[in-house]
Ligand binder design. Structure first.
Ligand SMILES: [Zn+2]
Length: 265
């Protein structure tokens, strides 16, 4: 058998159309691939480079943009970084399957918890970001377990409440808890330090001059005691004793009554 192959199959890669020589007329080991259109069409905006396996996606339903699994929901997970005056608004768009979504929400929220607080506006933006993620988390966690992805879904990781970053929820509360008593104490100190009401019988010292009095209530036995409050000029026409000094009216119980100050000798 010396029949030459036909001219169209003489190339090195061409499969001979007829058996040559001693070879058996078998089709050989090569099996042609099925036509490309036997795969299901890509779904949504995402086209998987892998065949979807036994879980064929429903046409039009979203698939996880990270692993390709279904079911998935369209969602945006947010993060925030605040560094004094610099702020960064981060976001990752889905769709997310349950596991990739939980992983993304937990990681971005945890980073926001320690990166988010460090600016004046960020103190307000960070809790808003966390609340938005909480709403996204609530939608994602209700999904069924992901199936049919072209790769393994992300590990959801530990819940946020069991991560050390959860302690940073306390940052704004600590700020409030520290700031309010500090303001109150400051107010009390400033208020009491400048204008105490002088009870009759108390002793005072003047740490200012007479035009700008700074009267401080003092123990009468203390060497620093200078004057004793003998009475208040509460009735019209009443006067202090000879030799008494007049306290500024702001030290009166109503902020307008003059008290008489008798020098202590
Ligand atoms: Zn996924």
């Amino acid at each position: 058998m010396a029949t030459p192959p036909p001219p169209h199959s003489t190339g090195p890669h061409a499969w001979p159309s007829q058996p040559i020589g001693p070879y058996a007329p078998s089709p050989g080991p090569y099996v042609a691939p099925p036509p490309a259109n036997s795969y299901p069409p890509p779904h949504g905006a995402y086209a998987s480079p892998y065949p979807p396996g036994p879980y064929a996606p429903q046409a039009g339903a979203p698939a996880c943009h990270i692993c390709g699994a279904m079911p998935a929901v369209p969602a945006t997970v947010r993060g925030h970084q605040g560094i004094v005056v610099i702020m960064r608004f981060l976001s990752l768009r889905g769709p997310f399957c349950r596991d990739c979504g939980l992983s993304t929400v937990r990681d971005m929220s945890a980073k926001t918890l320690w990166q988010g607080w460090w600016g004046p506006l960020s103190v307000i933006i960070t809790p808003i970001t966390l609340l938005a993620n909480l709403a996204t988390w609530d939608r994602i966690r209700k999904l069924a377990a992901p199936t049919g992805g072209f790769r393994t879904a992300l590990a959801p990781g530990r819940p946020l409440t069991r991560r050390p970053e959860a302690l940073l929820f306390l940052v704004p509360m600590l700020l409030v808890a520290v700031a309010i008593p500090a303001l109150i104490v400051t107010g009390l100190l400033v208020g009491d330090g400048s204008t105490p009401t002088l009870p009759v019988g108390a002793c005072v010292r003047n740490e200012g001059d007479w035009a700008n009095q700074d009267l401080q209530i003092t123990d009468c036995s203390a060497p620093s005691a200078q004057y004793k409050v003998t009475r208040r000029l509460e009735k019209a026409g009443s006067t202090c004793a000879d030799g008494d000094y007049l306290a500024d009216p702001k030290y009166g119980p109503d902020g307008a009554t003059i008290s008489c100050l008798e020098p202590i000798h």
